[in-house]
Design a protein around this ligand. Sequence first.
Ligand code: GKR
Ligand code: MG
Length: 416
Amino acid sequence: MIIQNVRITPVAVPDIPLLNCKGVHQSVFLRSVIELVTDTGIVGLGETYGAKRTLAGLRESADALIGLDPFHLNDLRSRVVQALPAGGGVNAPTAVADHQLVDVVSSAFEVACMDIQGKLLDRSVSDLLGGAVRRQVPFSAYLFFKFGRLAGHAEDDRWGEVRTPDALVEEARTLYRENGFKSLKLKGGVLEPDLEIETMFKLREAFPHHPLRIDPNGVWTVDTAIRIGKALDGVLEYLEDPVLGIDGMAAVAREVPMPLATNLAVIEFEHLPDSIAKNAVQVVLSDHHYWGGLRASKHLARLCQAFGLGLSMHSNSHLGISLAAMTHLAASTPNLNYDCDTHYPWMDTDVVTGGKRAFRDGALTVPDGPGLGVELDHDKLTELNTLYEASGVTDRDDTNEIQKYIPGYVRKVPRW
Ligand code: GKR
Ligand code: MG
Protein backbone atom coordinates (compact mmCIF):
# COMPACT_ATOMS: atom_id res chain seq x y z
CA MET A 1 0.00 0.00 0.00
CA ILE A 2 1.36 3.42 -0.94
CA ILE A 3 0.29 7.07 -0.88
CA GLN A 4 -1.04 7.99 -4.29
CA ASN A 5 -2.52 11.42 -3.76
CA VAL A 6 -2.02 14.29 -1.29
CA ARG A 7 -4.74 16.90 -0.82
CA ILE A 8 -4.02 20.00 1.27
CA THR A 9 -6.93 22.38 1.82
CA PRO A 10 -6.47 25.68 3.66
CA VAL A 11 -9.49 26.74 5.68
CA ALA A 12 -10.50 29.85 7.60
CA VAL A 13 -12.64 29.36 10.69
CA PRO A 14 -14.68 32.23 12.21
CA ASP A 15 -13.07 33.38 15.46
CA ILE A 16 -13.84 36.00 18.11
CA PRO A 17 -11.64 38.81 19.53
CA LEU A 18 -9.72 36.91 22.23
CA LEU A 19 -6.88 38.92 23.76
CA ASN A 20 -3.31 37.89 24.51
CA CYS A 21 0.00 39.62 25.15
CA LYS A 22 0.65 40.15 21.45
CA GLY A 23 -2.74 41.59 20.57
CA VAL A 24 -6.03 40.02 19.60
CA HIS A 25 -7.28 37.10 17.53
CA GLN A 26 -8.22 37.88 13.94
CA SER A 27 -11.79 37.37 12.70
CA VAL A 28 -10.74 33.96 11.39
CA PHE A 29 -8.11 31.44 12.38
CA LEU A 30 -6.33 29.43 9.69
CA ARG A 31 -5.84 25.67 9.50
CA SER A 32 -4.69 23.20 6.85
CA VAL A 33 -6.67 20.02 6.37
CA ILE A 34 -4.68 17.12 4.97
CA GLU A 35 -6.00 14.09 3.10
CA LEU A 36 -3.56 11.35 2.14
CA VAL A 37 -5.11 8.89 -0.32
CA THR A 38 -3.67 5.40 -0.76
CA ASP A 39 -3.69 3.24 -3.89
CA THR A 40 -6.21 1.06 -2.05
CA GLY A 41 -8.60 3.99 -1.58
CA ILE A 42 -8.05 4.65 2.14
CA VAL A 43 -8.04 8.34 3.07
CA GLY A 44 -5.99 9.45 6.10
CA LEU A 45 -6.74 12.80 7.74
CA GLY A 46 -4.42 15.33 9.35
CA GLU A 47 -4.70 18.94 10.47
CA THR A 48 -2.18 21.66 11.27
CA TYR A 49 -1.56 25.41 11.10
CA GLY A 50 -2.82 27.21 8.00
CA ALA A 51 -0.63 30.31 7.93
CA LYS A 52 1.50 30.87 4.89
CA ARG A 53 4.83 29.28 5.88
CA THR A 54 3.21 26.06 7.04
CA LEU A 55 0.98 25.89 3.99
CA ALA A 56 3.93 26.44 1.66
CA GLY A 57 5.91 23.72 3.48
CA LEU A 58 3.05 21.24 3.22
CA ARG A 59 2.66 21.97 -0.48
CA GLU A 60 6.40 21.81 -1.18
CA SER A 61 6.71 18.38 0.40
CA ALA A 62 3.46 16.89 -0.95
CA ASP A 63 5.01 15.39 -4.09
CA ALA A 64 7.72 13.68 -2.04
CA LEU A 65 5.04 11.63 -0.28
CA ILE A 66 3.81 9.94 -3.44
CA GLY A 67 4.85 6.29 -3.26
CA LEU A 68 5.39 6.34 0.54
CA ASP A 69 4.29 3.30 2.54
CA PRO A 70 2.12 4.86 5.29
CA PHE A 71 3.71 2.49 7.84
CA HIS A 72 7.19 3.81 7.04
CA LEU A 73 7.15 6.87 9.27
CA ASN A 74 10.95 7.14 9.37
CA ASP A 75 10.90 7.33 5.58
CA LEU A 76 8.17 9.98 5.83
CA ARG A 77 10.39 12.15 8.01
CA SER A 78 13.40 11.74 5.66
CA ARG A 79 11.29 12.69 2.65
CA VAL A 80 10.03 15.84 4.38
CA VAL A 81 13.56 16.80 5.49
CA GLN A 82 14.79 16.38 1.92
CA ALA A 83 11.89 18.30 0.43
CA LEU A 84 12.41 21.27 2.76
CA PRO A 85 16.18 21.87 2.74
CA ALA A 86 15.76 25.45 3.95
CA GLY A 87 13.76 24.36 7.01
CA GLY A 88 13.18 27.44 9.13
CA GLY A 89 10.29 28.49 11.32
CA VAL A 90 6.59 28.78 10.69
CA ASN A 91 5.39 31.75 12.74
CA ALA A 92 4.98 35.45 11.97
CA PRO A 93 7.62 37.75 13.53
CA THR A 94 5.11 39.06 16.12
CA ALA A 95 4.67 35.57 17.65
CA VAL A 96 6.56 34.93 20.92
CA ALA A 97 8.00 31.56 19.83
CA ASP A 98 8.69 29.79 16.58
CA HIS A 99 8.40 26.18 15.50
CA GLN A 100 10.47 24.17 13.05
CA LEU A 101 8.80 23.78 9.66
CA VAL A 102 10.10 20.23 9.28
CA ASP A 103 8.58 19.15 12.60
CA VAL A 104 5.26 20.82 11.83
CA VAL A 105 4.97 19.36 8.33
CA SER A 106 6.09 15.84 9.19
CA SER A 107 3.76 15.78 12.19
CA ALA A 108 0.70 16.66 10.09
CA PHE A 109 1.53 13.91 7.59
CA GLU A 110 2.36 11.43 10.36
CA VAL A 111 -1.12 11.86 11.87
CA ALA A 112 -2.68 11.19 8.45
CA CYS A 113 -0.48 8.09 7.97
CA MET A 114 -1.49 6.75 11.38
CA ASP A 115 -5.13 7.38 10.48
CA ILE A 116 -4.55 5.22 7.39
CA GLN A 117 -2.82 2.51 9.47
CA GLY A 118 -5.73 2.45 11.90
CA LYS A 119 -8.32 2.29 9.14
CA LEU A 120 -6.47 -0.59 7.47
CA LEU A 121 -6.10 -2.55 10.71
CA ASP A 122 -9.48 -1.53 12.14
CA ARG A 123 -7.71 -0.20 15.25
CA SER A 124 -7.71 3.27 16.80
CA VAL A 125 -4.74 5.64 16.76
CA SER A 126 -4.55 5.31 20.55
CA ASP A 127 -4.16 1.53 20.06
CA LEU A 128 -1.31 2.21 17.65
CA LEU A 129 0.27 4.44 20.32
CA GLY A 130 0.26 1.70 22.94
CA GLY A 131 -3.39 1.62 23.95
CA ALA A 132 -5.59 3.99 25.91
CA VAL A 133 -4.92 4.13 29.65
CA ARG A 134 -8.03 6.33 30.06
CA ARG A 135 -11.24 6.41 28.04
CA GLN A 136 -12.16 9.93 29.21
CA VAL A 137 -9.60 12.64 28.49
CA PRO A 138 -10.00 15.71 30.73
CA PHE A 139 -9.53 19.20 29.28
CA SER A 140 -9.12 22.53 31.02
CA ALA A 141 -11.32 25.60 30.41
CA TYR A 142 -9.27 28.16 28.48
CA LEU A 143 -10.30 31.60 29.74
CA PHE A 144 -9.58 34.74 27.73
CA PHE A 145 -10.08 38.44 28.23
CA LYS A 146 -11.75 39.70 25.09
CA PHE A 147 -13.26 42.61 23.23
CA GLY A 148 -17.06 42.57 22.99
CA ARG A 149 -17.22 42.44 19.22
CA LEU A 150 -15.03 42.03 16.17
CA ALA A 151 -13.63 45.23 14.69
CA GLY A 152 -16.20 46.76 12.37
CA HIS A 153 -19.12 44.73 13.76
CA ALA A 154 -22.21 46.48 15.08
CA GLU A 155 -23.12 44.01 17.82
CA ASP A 156 -21.38 42.13 20.58
CA ASP A 157 -20.87 38.38 20.24
CA ARG A 158 -22.59 36.17 22.81
CA TRP A 159 -19.73 36.55 25.33
CA GLY A 160 -19.66 40.34 25.24
CA GLU A 161 -16.70 42.33 26.54
CA VAL A 162 -14.53 40.59 29.15
CA ARG A 163 -11.88 43.01 30.38
CA THR A 164 -12.33 42.98 34.15
CA PRO A 165 -11.81 40.30 36.83
CA ASP A 166 -15.57 40.06 37.46
CA ALA A 167 -16.41 39.68 33.77
CA LEU A 168 -13.76 36.97 33.50
CA VAL A 169 -15.33 35.03 36.38
CA GLU A 170 -18.71 35.25 34.59
CA GLU A 171 -17.09 33.88 31.44
CA ALA A 172 -15.63 31.03 33.48
CA ARG A 173 -19.06 30.24 34.94
CA THR A 174 -20.53 30.00 31.44
CA LEU A 175 -17.73 27.78 30.12
CA TYR A 176 -18.11 25.59 33.20
CA ARG A 177 -21.90 25.38 32.88
CA GLU A 178 -21.66 24.42 29.20
CA ASN A 179 -18.72 22.02 29.36
CA GLY A 180 -18.20 20.96 32.97
CA PHE A 181 -14.46 21.70 32.95
CA LYS A 182 -12.70 20.63 36.14
CA SER A 183 -9.74 23.00 35.88
CA LEU A 184 -9.31 26.57 34.60
CA LYS A 185 -6.52 28.32 32.71
CA LEU A 186 -6.38 32.08 32.21
CA LYS A 187 -4.63 33.56 29.18
CA GLY A 188 -2.95 36.38 31.07
CA GLY A 189 -0.48 39.08 30.11
CA VAL A 190 -3.40 41.27 29.01
CA LEU A 191 -4.40 43.40 32.01
CA GLU A 192 -2.10 45.07 34.53
CA PRO A 193 -0.50 42.31 36.65
CA ASP A 194 -2.38 43.33 39.82
CA LEU A 195 -5.70 42.96 38.00
CA GLU A 196 -4.69 39.51 36.86
CA ILE A 197 -3.76 38.57 40.45
CA GLU A 198 -7.21 39.80 41.50
CA THR A 199 -8.76 37.73 38.72
CA MET A 200 -7.07 34.57 39.98
CA PHE A 201 -8.26 35.21 43.54
CA LYS A 202 -11.80 35.77 42.29
CA LEU A 203 -11.64 32.54 40.29
CA ARG A 204 -10.38 30.75 43.41
CA GLU A 205 -13.35 32.10 45.36
CA ALA A 206 -15.87 31.16 42.65
CA PHE A 207 -14.31 27.73 41.98
CA PRO A 208 -12.79 26.63 45.30
CA HIS A 209 -11.92 23.11 44.12
CA HIS A 210 -10.71 23.74 40.55
CA PRO A 211 -6.98 23.62 39.83
CA LEU A 212 -6.03 27.03 38.36
CA ARG A 213 -3.31 28.19 35.95
CA ILE A 214 -2.30 31.50 34.41
CA ASP A 215 -0.23 31.95 31.24
CA PRO A 216 0.95 35.45 30.27
CA ASN A 217 3.06 34.13 27.36
CA GLY A 218 6.32 35.51 28.75
CA VAL A 219 5.25 39.15 28.95
CA TRP A 220 6.38 39.78 32.55
CA THR A 221 9.85 40.69 33.73
CA VAL A 222 11.60 38.31 36.11
CA ASP A 223 10.87 40.66 39.04
CA THR A 224 7.17 40.95 38.16
CA ALA A 225 6.90 37.19 37.68
CA ILE A 226 8.47 36.51 41.10
CA ARG A 227 6.14 39.03 42.75
CA ILE A 228 3.08 37.46 41.10
CA GLY A 229 4.24 33.92 41.78
CA LYS A 230 4.63 34.69 45.48
CA ALA A 231 1.26 36.49 45.58
CA LEU A 232 -0.44 33.44 44.07
CA ASP A 233 1.10 30.93 46.48
CA GLY A 234 -1.50 28.22 47.15
CA VAL A 235 -3.71 29.43 44.30
CA LEU A 236 -2.05 27.92 41.20
CA GLU A 237 -1.35 24.33 40.22
CA TYR A 238 1.26 25.80 37.86
CA LEU A 239 2.45 29.12 36.48
CA GLU A 240 2.90 28.95 32.71
CA ASP A 241 5.55 30.96 30.85
CA PRO A 242 5.71 33.97 33.19
CA VAL A 243 8.88 35.09 31.34
CA LEU A 244 10.66 34.17 28.12
CA GLY A 245 13.76 31.98 27.88
CA ILE A 246 15.33 29.19 29.91
CA ASP A 247 17.52 31.50 32.01
CA GLY A 248 14.59 33.77 32.87
CA MET A 249 12.39 30.80 33.76
CA ALA A 250 15.20 29.38 35.95
CA ALA A 251 15.50 32.71 37.80
CA VAL A 252 11.74 32.72 38.48
CA ALA A 253 11.65 29.02 39.38
CA ARG A 254 14.24 29.58 42.13
CA GLU A 255 11.97 32.07 43.89
CA VAL A 256 8.34 31.04 43.42
CA PRO A 257 6.57 28.25 45.31
CA MET A 258 4.69 26.61 42.41
CA PRO A 259 5.91 24.62 39.39
CA LEU A 260 6.59 26.54 36.18
CA ALA A 261 5.13 25.18 32.95
CA THR A 262 6.07 26.07 29.39
CA ASN A 263 5.16 25.96 25.75
CA LEU A 264 7.63 28.75 24.94
CA ALA A 265 10.97 28.02 26.64
CA VAL A 266 11.19 24.29 25.88
CA ILE A 267 9.68 23.53 22.49
CA GLU A 268 12.26 21.20 20.94
CA PHE A 269 14.10 18.16 22.29
CA GLU A 270 17.36 20.13 22.08
CA HIS A 271 16.03 22.59 24.70
CA LEU A 272 15.62 19.89 27.35
CA PRO A 273 19.22 19.42 28.54
CA ASP A 274 19.78 23.11 29.36
CA SER A 275 16.36 23.46 30.97
CA ILE A 276 16.82 20.35 33.08
CA ALA A 277 20.34 21.37 34.14
CA LYS A 278 19.00 24.74 35.32
CA ASN A 279 15.69 23.39 36.69
CA ALA A 280 14.00 26.11 34.63
CA VAL A 281 10.77 24.27 33.99
CA GLN A 282 8.89 21.66 36.00
CA VAL A 283 6.02 20.95 33.58
CA VAL A 284 6.40 20.68 29.79
CA LEU A 285 3.40 21.28 27.56
CA SER A 286 3.53 18.81 24.71
CA ASP A 287 1.89 19.56 21.38
CA HIS A 288 2.16 17.01 18.60
CA HIS A 289 1.79 19.77 15.96
CA TYR A 290 5.28 21.14 16.68
CA TRP A 291 7.07 18.47 18.75
CA GLY A 292 7.33 16.42 15.52
CA GLY A 293 4.26 14.21 15.76
CA LEU A 294 2.34 11.77 17.92
CA ARG A 295 5.21 9.34 18.37
CA ALA A 296 7.67 12.15 19.12
CA SER A 297 5.23 13.39 21.77
CA LYS A 298 5.35 9.93 23.35
CA HIS A 299 9.17 10.18 23.42
CA LEU A 300 8.80 13.56 25.12
CA ALA A 301 6.50 11.96 27.69
CA ARG A 302 9.10 9.28 28.51
CA LEU A 303 11.82 11.89 28.89
CA CYS A 304 9.61 13.95 31.20
CA GLN A 305 9.02 10.84 33.28
CA ALA A 306 12.73 10.02 33.41
CA PHE A 307 13.66 13.55 34.52
CA GLY A 308 10.80 13.96 36.99
CA LEU A 309 9.02 16.62 34.93
CA GLY A 310 5.26 17.00 34.77
CA LEU A 311 3.53 16.79 31.40
CA SER A 312 0.58 18.79 30.15
CA MET A 313 -0.76 19.56 26.65
CA HIS A 314 -0.74 22.86 24.76
CA SER A 315 -3.31 24.07 22.27
CA ASN A 316 -3.79 26.70 19.62
CA SER A 317 -7.07 27.27 17.80
CA HIS A 318 -7.93 24.02 16.03
CA LEU A 319 -10.65 21.83 14.53
CA GLY A 320 -11.91 18.33 15.22
CA ILE A 321 -9.20 16.39 13.38
CA SER A 322 -6.56 17.88 15.69
CA LEU A 323 -8.90 17.41 18.65
CA ALA A 324 -9.19 13.71 17.83
CA ALA A 325 -5.40 13.37 17.47
CA MET A 326 -4.84 15.20 20.78
CA THR A 327 -7.40 12.98 22.51
CA HIS A 328 -5.83 9.74 21.24
CA LEU A 329 -2.38 10.97 22.27
CA ALA A 330 -3.53 12.05 25.73
CA ALA A 331 -5.45 8.81 26.22
CA SER A 332 -2.37 6.72 25.46
CA THR A 333 0.15 8.75 27.51
CA PRO A 334 0.15 7.40 31.08
CA ASN A 335 2.06 10.31 32.65
CA LEU A 336 -0.02 13.08 31.11
CA ASN A 337 -1.02 14.16 34.56
CA TYR A 338 -2.68 17.54 33.95
CA ASP A 339 -5.90 18.41 32.11
CA CYS A 340 -5.12 19.28 28.47
CA ASP A 341 -5.50 22.76 27.02
CA THR A 342 -7.88 23.30 24.14
CA HIS A 343 -9.19 26.38 22.31
CA TYR A 344 -11.96 24.20 20.84
CA PRO A 345 -14.95 25.55 22.86
CA TRP A 346 -14.36 29.02 21.38
CA MET A 347 -15.49 28.18 17.89
CA ASP A 348 -18.87 27.16 16.60
CA THR A 349 -18.18 24.89 13.67
CA ASP A 350 -16.12 21.90 12.60
CA VAL A 351 -14.99 20.04 9.48
CA VAL A 352 -15.73 16.59 10.87
CA THR A 353 -19.01 14.81 10.25
CA GLY A 354 -21.40 15.11 13.15
CA GLY A 355 -20.23 18.69 13.76
CA LYS A 356 -18.73 20.14 16.88
CA ARG A 357 -17.92 17.69 19.65
CA ALA A 358 -19.33 18.24 23.14
CA PHE A 359 -17.38 17.98 26.40
CA ARG A 360 -19.06 16.08 29.23
CA ASP A 361 -17.81 16.86 32.73
CA GLY A 362 -14.92 18.63 31.04
CA ALA A 363 -13.78 15.50 29.23
CA LEU A 364 -13.98 13.86 25.82
CA THR A 365 -14.42 10.16 25.22
CA VAL A 366 -11.67 8.70 23.05
CA PRO A 367 -13.25 8.49 19.58
CA ASP A 368 -14.50 5.05 18.56
CA GLY A 369 -13.88 3.71 15.14
CA PRO A 370 -10.67 2.98 13.29
CA GLY A 371 -7.83 5.48 12.99
CA LEU A 372 -8.63 8.91 14.41
CA GLY A 373 -12.32 7.99 14.53
CA VAL A 374 -13.43 11.11 12.67
CA GLU A 375 -14.48 11.65 9.05
CA LEU A 376 -14.36 14.74 6.90
CA ASP A 377 -17.52 16.73 6.18
CA HIS A 378 -16.73 17.71 2.59
CA ASP A 379 -19.43 20.39 2.38
CA LYS A 380 -18.03 22.06 5.48
CA LEU A 381 -14.51 21.79 4.12
CA THR A 382 -15.60 23.56 0.92
CA GLU A 383 -17.43 26.23 2.92
CA LEU A 384 -14.41 26.98 5.11
CA ASN A 385 -12.04 26.88 2.14
CA THR A 386 -14.28 29.40 0.38
CA LEU A 387 -14.09 31.57 3.49
CA TYR A 388 -10.29 31.24 3.40
CA GLU A 389 -10.19 32.48 -0.20
CA ALA A 390 -12.65 35.30 0.52
CA SER A 391 -11.05 36.46 3.79
CA GLY A 392 -7.73 37.43 2.26
CA VAL A 393 -6.06 36.35 5.53
CA THR A 394 -2.92 34.30 4.90
CA ASP A 395 -0.97 34.78 8.13
CA ARG A 396 -1.64 35.16 11.86
CA ASP A 397 -0.77 38.59 13.20
CA ASP A 398 -2.49 39.47 16.48
CA THR A 399 -0.50 42.71 16.82
CA ASN A 400 -1.59 44.07 13.48
CA GLU A 401 -5.17 43.07 14.32
CA ILE A 402 -5.34 44.90 17.67
CA GLN A 403 -4.37 48.14 15.96
CA LYS A 404 -7.90 48.09 14.46
CA TYR A 405 -9.21 48.38 18.05
CA ILE A 406 -6.42 50.39 19.69
CA PRO A 407 -4.69 52.58 17.09
CA GLY A 408 -0.99 52.92 17.84
CA TYR A 409 -0.85 49.74 20.00
CA VAL A 410 2.75 48.59 20.32
CA ARG A 411 3.79 44.98 20.98
CA LYS A 412 6.13 44.91 23.97
CA VAL A 413 7.59 41.74 25.47
CA PRO A 414 8.20 42.04 28.37
CA ARG A 415 5.57 44.72 28.99
CA TRP A 416 5.37 44.62 32.79
O1 GKR B 1 -4.37 31.86 20.93
O2 GKR B 1 -4.11 33.67 22.07
C1 GKR B 1 -3.83 32.53 21.84
C2 GKR B 1 -2.80 31.82 22.69
O3 GKR B 1 -2.01 32.72 23.38
C3 GKR B 1 -1.93 30.90 21.88
O4 GKR B 1 -1.36 31.65 20.83
C4 GKR B 1 -0.86 30.21 22.67
O5 GKR B 1 -0.08 29.47 21.80
O6 GKR B 1 -2.59 29.11 23.88
C5 GKR B 1 -1.29 29.23 23.67
C6 GKR B 1 -0.42 29.15 24.91
O7 GKR B 1 0.58 29.87 24.98
O8 GKR B 1 -0.68 28.35 25.77
MG1 MG C 1 1.11 28.72 27.01
